[in-house]
Design a binder for this molecule. Sequence first.
Ligand code: PRX
Length: 690
Amino acid sequence: SYLRHVDSRKLMPNGAGHIPHLKAVILGEALASEEDDLVLPSKEFSDQANVHSPEQYMEMYKRSIEDPDGFWSEIASQFYWKQKWGEKVCDENFDVRDGKIKIEWFKGGITNVCYNCLDRNIEAGLGDKVALYWEGNEPGLDGSLTYSQLLNQVCQVANYLKDIGVKKGDAVIVYLPMINELPITMLACARIGAVHSVVFAGFSAESLAQRITDCKPKAVITCNAVRRGTKPILLKDIVDAAINDSAKDPPSLDVCLVYDNPVALKREDTKWTQGRDIWWQDVIPKYPSTCPVEWVDAEDPLFLLYTSGSTGKPKGVLHTAGGYMVYTATTFKYAFDYKPSDIYWCTADCGWITGHSYVTYGPLLNGATVLVYEGAPNYPDAGRCWDIVDKYKVSIFYTAPTLVRSLMRDGEAYVTRYSRKSLRVLGSVGEPINPSAWRWFYNVVGDSRCPISDTWWQTETGGFMITPLPGAWAQKPGSATFPFFGIQPVIVDEKGVEIDGECSGYLCIKKSWPGAFRTLYGDHERYETTYFKPFAGYYFSGDGCRRDKDGYHWLTGRVDDVINVSGHRIGTAEVESALVSHPQCAEAAVVGVEHEVKGQGIYAFVTLVDSVPYSEDLRKDLILTVRKQIGAFAAPDKIHWAPGLPKTRSGKIMRRILRKIASRQLDELGDTSTLADPNVVKQLIEFSDS
Ligand code: PRX
């Protein structure tokens, strides 16, 4: 049983007793209960693991909570600091009632994240180790870069950026697909202290324009086109439209560096603006392959990443250099039980936080070998992932539940025809993983021998917050398990009162951690209002969470107006504002509904302007409007024609009722008597299948 790793009671009197939610980890009796589906790491795995037992975790966790300064400064000392931080490791005000929210870690410490990813590892002898493997969309197209080669290329880009006038603190927008040039560009920015803002290359021109207008970059770096699966996507055309759009809001951009990707589009077929556009391959190789580092303060910005919130305007999440570096490196090492011999593949795109923290920074800070895959995971067929795993002997495979579910639908044969013997640890991120997908991932992909790290975290948190440590304890399929070192998750009720023991409520975090975001770019007030005011004294995650009798955490999804589609965060307000921009749409209300593969689908209730008839063409046109304004991934799955929307007498749309109608839970509509016009609900139900 579980207890074979545990001499539990030894720790009880003065150990877990102080950390209530963890008590159960070491309480053998509770975990031994029959109804629990516990999946244990093998003894062989635990024996070799970085954290191999609950006791070891408990000891480290306890120290991280009781002496965070000591715990984190010891870890931080393993990195290179040009100058050590000042007296305080952490300086924070985490409570709005005490004034402005402030989070600072290692302030006064002078460092550089690119230096720590590359130069430091090369000095330690990893120069000839592969840093990046690149696998193209077409099988057979591939490449690799050692740490030394990567450094050379990063320096060339860094020198180019300096040459065109990019300075410390300037923003650079990166709109690239998953080619090595994407992490190269991120690292080049970090090297010179510039602030990259990577925009996922699935976002539309309008979304890109919005981000350009907000952060006013000195340059945009893109690629003429990319092929994912069979489809070429003309990225440069999107960038052109975005720059034109944003030019209305000066200052206009005067440099667009374009990587030439001949597999997807010929140079001569790429639209070109003389004087502004420049081919990557024409300039970058001319620059020197060494570039001095711009030393920055730990609290200087490293990057901006826009994410969706509950209003239409995306939020520029700002991460700083020192704390983010220490936190992503440490979480990567422990949550994936990283060993220098591992080959690591994360299927996320660098356009999302997962790609920042766990394609680029976390792994490279550990000197890991990282695989970057350009293509679609089911191209040319549903076996591609396992073909790649065998080809590169991938040992850590990190992906999203939506991919697991979609491959599960395609059948086991695509998996079992490959060996997958190299796999050691699996990972999941982006949304709750349903137990059946968990089991399929575990049993079929991992041959029932690879632990799964179901990592709960967010763009805002920078790195993992609640995650298994794969060798340390038994897992429960579908549970993100326990907090990472230094993280104190609390579950609160509507009034913000902490609830202990077995409970459900709003997931908050007490006290800061090094990887936390420091502000929303240009809007510190929104930062405080969104995250720190709902439950004063805590960071509010926006997620619901249940803690079971054994102390395991089960994430239950967003409790705000954010939908999670295939692990992508989309604000209902963003989709609504795209819909109502259509001249024939009078009003729109968007809710999330359960979706077999995507986790959640987008369900839009649409009221048309007077006398416009419903039609299939109009439905398609509305969907197209959303694709154009946000991106294809935000397209509604369902348009529900609505003669009217259920509103309170004060005009507030009652989404609770819309959610029930969308999921056909018609006998659970609840009290509709407070509606301004209760008839609306009846009409909506009648229109459900129209
Ligand atoms: O709802 C949670 C869900 O994704 C949200 C964060 O989205 P984003 O900032 O785009 O970052 C995604 C990658 C970290 C969270 O508020 N989420 C993320 N990971 C999990 C999850 N929900 C349940 N389990 C997870 N492992």
